[in-house]
Design a protein. Structure first.
Length: 451
């Protein structure tokens, strides 16, 4: 069956649904994107029992997908299982002004024709033998499954070469169901990209998200995002705001919607530092936003990502303190802020509070002794409640400070050009007692953003 049509560029949001019949003897459904705009237009397939079977978009270099009962022969971004007869649905969700014709072919087969894959399933309960205290990995990356320039196999070589301990695959709108069979945790994730006016990573997803049912024509984008965020929280996922101030005239990718701040768990404060034309000013503003959030009692922790669309991953790296080397412990400790960001490799890190070793992201009371050492000479800053209280130049910082009720304290480091190289997440004391004076994103954005 050939499904053809044209998107209407007079509609900022457009929902299209097409039905196709599947016979009693079908063993496999193949669908092929033959033509269409290379844009973030979501494609969903639902079987005759109302079960989600595929999630991808037109903005992908992977054009053929197979759904069948064999797990290893079902394509990435698809769910294997019986092929029930009856009326199936394919749905297109266009979330911004896009025009152009599209053509998708649906082929029903009585045999399973797709080749076998040696990839492993992406699941939430991977566990490996613990080997150290701090683990490092990549939280924002892309391959040809969406709009990246490399394959998953090529990315695997990068992961092995750089000895990453974990990875969060964040293809645009798609959720990977399988991954190269590497012996590290692969955490189910995606980058929500309804348009280019606000991107979010969702971490720790248990299921596909039914964007088509959550977005309505004519409603404000903030309302669509609210419903999607509620669903992510319902299924136990975490929400990270990506590159909130990447607003160049060439490509505005910062957050232009007035979302409620209560939904945020994480904030990307360093994004794609090695990309051409990248401006460190964007990251500086993201850190200012982080301090405003903490000054208003929001425990939103800092993360970073290479946001690679080519070969380079792992700059910057996210380091997380683990008690158990597992998918669940990685997620739990990023959510708790027991982590830091570094572009200079692992740090020697020691915080002592009342004779006890503590970590970034933890509650403290009173005096905290701080020792942080890196491999390069940087400008180290100690920030307490949105104010720089100490600056030291060198390869290390050794200091101590009081952290009293309703206070937080964090450490960052820059090079001589003020480019961020290290961010340690805050330690804090009774931050939840602060009554937030701000509730929405524009209250932050309007106070600190300048072109």
């Amino acid at each position: 069956m050939l499904i053809k049509g044209k998107f209407d560029n007079s509609k900022p949001v457009e929902k299209l649904e097409f039905n196709f019949l599947v016979g009693n003897e079908a063993k496999e459904i193949k669908f092929k994107i033959k033509n269409g705009p290379f844009q973030h237009v979501i494609i969903q397939i639902e079987d005759s029992n109302g079960k989600y079977r595929a999630l991808t978009s037109f903005k992908t270099f992977e054009k053929e997908y197979y759904i069948n009962e064999d797990e290893k022969r079902t394509s990435n971004c698809c769910i294997c299982g019986d092929i029930p007869s009856g009326e199936w649905k394919i749905r297109f969700l266009k979330n911004y002004v896009v025009d152009g014709e599209f053509e998708v072919e649906i082929i029903e087969s009585k045999e399973i024709t797709n080749k076998n894959s040696n990839f492993k399933n992406v699941i939430l309960d991977e566990k490996f033998q613990s080997k150290k205290e701090w683990y490092f990995g990549e939280l924002h990356n892309h391959t040809r499954v969406s709009d990246g320039k490399i394959s998953l196999e090529e990315l695997e070589k990068e992961i092995v070469e750089k000895e990453l301990d974990f990875i969060f695959p964040t293809e645009h709108n798609s959720i990977l169901t399988k991954y190269p069979n590497i012996a590290i945790p692969v955490i189910p994730a995606t980058e929500l990209t309804l348009d280019d006016l606000g991107h979010f990573n969702f971490f720790g997803l248990k299921e596909f998200i039914d964007y088509y049912s959550l977005v309505e024509e004519g409603e404000k984008k903030e309302e669509s995002l609210r419903k999607i965020f509620d669903k992510v929280k319902e299924i136990g996922g975490y929400i990270s705001l990506n590159h909130p101030f990447h607003n160049s005239r060439r490509m505005p990718l910062g957050l232009m919607y007035d979302i409620e701040l209560k939904y945020l768990d994480l904030l990307e404060v360093i994004n794609s530092p090695t990309s051409n034309g990248r401006n460190p000013y964007y990251d500086k503003k993201a850190l200012e936003a982080l301090d405003i959030l903490w000054s208003n009692g929001y425990k939103v922790f800092a993360v970073a990502g290479s946001d690679n669309h080519g070969m380079t991953i792992g700059d910057p790296l996210n380091y997380v303190k683990l008690d158990e080397y597992s998918t669940k412990d990685i997620l739990k400790n990023f959510k708790a802020g027991r982590s830091y960001i570094s572009r200079i490799g692992e740090l020697q890190l020691e915080y002592i509070n009342n004779g006890k070793k503590v970590y970034p992201g933890e509650e403290v009371k009173g005096k905290v002794e701080i020792k942080v050492k890196g491999k390069e000479e940087l400008i180290w800053k100690v920030i307490k409640n949105n104010r720089v209280i100490e600056t030291i130049v060198g390869k290390e910082i050794v200091t101590e400070h009081e952290v009293n009720e309703k206070e937080y304290l964090r450490v960052e480091a820059t090079n001589i050009d003020h480019e961020i190289f290290v961010v340690l997440n805050p330690i804090y004391n009774s931050i939840e007692k602060i009554e937030p004076q701000i509730k929405k994103w524009f209250e932050i954005k309007d106070s600190i953003w300048r072109e």
